[in-house]
Ligand binder design. Sequence first.
Ligand code: CA
Length: 230
Amino acid sequence: MKPQILVVEDEASLVTLLRYNLEKEGYQVTEAGDGDEAIMLINERKPDLVLLDWMLPVLSGIEVCRQIRRKPETRDLPVIMLTARGEEGDKVRGLNTGADDYITKPFSVPELLARIRTALRRQQPAPAKGQLTYSDLTIDLAGHRVSRNGRFIHLGPTEFRLLQFLMQHPASVFSREALLNAVWGHDIHVEPRTVDVHIRRLRKAINAEGEIDLIRTVRAAGYALDTEPV
Ligand code: CA
């Protein structure tokens, strides 16, 4: 079945361009012109991915994203935000709100299509095994063992949970706040800078000399487990 993409955008020319390119790529396209309509269509049609404009009439893109994340049925729905050039702060806020990715207008169509493919791929459930692998890194969840290139790595409990979370969501960028919530929990008051400390320890532990750094620092946004440099 063709994956269904909901395009939430109030600019008609952009909607036409998106529909044309997405359909050419084999996707099914649904359109919403404002935030309210978007919420309604998400509940009704259950799209596989949402392309969400930031500046929307009635309900802003960020509010739509917040509502998507709040509901258990749509919590894992991939959302790619479309932001206008220069709204750097928006990217960070978008990611904090739970968008999976963002793309700045004007964007290149091939790049957008690549981001969509990545977001849809991420969505596929991981095989139900007690082991996660990324690049040459392996984490054995049951045995609490981590190894890279066959070398056993000792991690403290926080670094272990941090790595486990990142390996469950490879190539996704998480803000410090998102990592705090995921790894430390909502109720614990820890400074966002604490995340940097544990990321540093994790990096030191998993990257041996001559190996590529598997943790990508995204300026002003956060961290990702990623073999690709920025
Ligand atoms: Ca707009």
